[in-house]
Design a protein around this ligand. Structure first.
Ligand code: AMP
Length: 289
């Protein structure tokens, strides 16, 4: 694996690879890598000729300064994990390399995301998706991959990035990878390592609540009622503070109205566990005929 800290070094090699007809897969990350990230990387390695991973803790997508400072950074372990996963190029830039003209200039602010950024994380973390669109736009400009690999764990983020790609007229294909979980169901997240042992145990209940909502939807229970029960149940469990549980249409991210035909039905939650904020979601499997 070759590591680059500047876009200038990386883009030359990638252009040469493209001219040779090689296909490029790209996995953007914020580091503190785990098996979830490794799954995305391995998928790209299997499917493409060259895999590029970026590790960049993007300051513009953090709405709380303390969250940015506390974000875990484990560069040595990250490099070892990427080597073991077959990654070819690692891009680990500083802020100036990603934003040479400063962070204020945001082409993506002119894009219209409609309901994709006005619900759930869009409410709880104002400005977050502006920062996500900004950084992914810039990273796509640098890497110019054929396929962009994203985790379903960040369902709303995938929807926003897909729309951005459509709006800027890019030809990059988005490939999503199912959420990788711990044995107790907790979705792997870089933030999990910030949990105290007791908080970690408590967080294992989050996925069970999403599973209960899925089961309820499958037997026709009202969505709002299921959201209410899951929220109340988590409030009663030690150390869990749910911000929302929402059942929504996967295309618009608007609340699901019982009986509406939707292509993909999803339930998502954000839960504070101590000082750590975790998100998770599940897609409701289509009813068997
Ligand atoms: P992050 O480093 O948290 O920005 O995540 C980088 C990429 O890894 C994003 O596309 C995430 O959705 C994806 N990812 C994070 N956690 C998981 C997981 N548990 N399973 C699968 N993909 C994940």
């Amino acid at each position: 694996m070759q590591t680059f800290t500047t876009a200038a070094e990386l883009t030359g090699l990638l252009s040469a690879a493209r001219r040779r007809g090689q296909r490029i897969g790209f996995v953007p990350t914020m580091g503190a890598l785990h098996r979830g990230h490794a799954t995305l990387v391995r998928r790209s390695v299997e499917e493409q000729d060259l895999t590029v991973v970026s590790i960049f803790v993007n300051p513009t997508q953090f709405t709380e300064g303390a969250d940015l400072t506390a974000y875990p950074r484990t560069p040595e372990a990250d490099i070892a994990l990427l080597e073991a996963s077959g990654c070819h190029f690692l891009y680990m830039p500083g802020v100036e390399d990603v934003y040479p003209a400063g962070t204020a200039e945001r082409l993506t602010d002119r894009l219209e995301f409609g309901s994709l950024t006005t619900r759930m994380e869009g409410i709880q973390r104002p400005g977050h998706f502006g920062g996500v669109a900004q950084v992914v736009h810039r990273l796509l400009e640098i890497v110019d991959p054929h396929v962009l690999y994203l985790g379903q764990k960040d369902y709303q983020q995938v929807a926003v990035i897909r729309r951005m790609i459509e709006l800027i007229g890019s030809r990059v294909v988005v490939s999503t990878v199912p959420t990788v979980r711990e044995p107790d169901g907790l979705a792997l997240s870089s933030r999990n390592r910030l949990l105290q042992p007791e908080e970690r145990r408590a967080a294992g209940a989050i996925n069970g609540q999403l599973a209960a909502v899925v089961a309820g939807l499958q037997v026709g229970w009202p969505a709002r009622e299921l959201e209410r029960i899951a929220t109340a149940t988590m409030h009663q469990l030690p150390l869990l503070n749910p911000e929302y549980v929402e059942v929504f249409d996967g295309d618009t991210l608007l609340p699901y109205q019982d009986g509406d035909p939707v292509r993909e039905l999803v339930v998502a939650t954000a839960v504070r566990v101590g000082r750590v904020r975790l998100i998770d979601n599940r897609i409701v499997p289509p009813a068997q005929p």
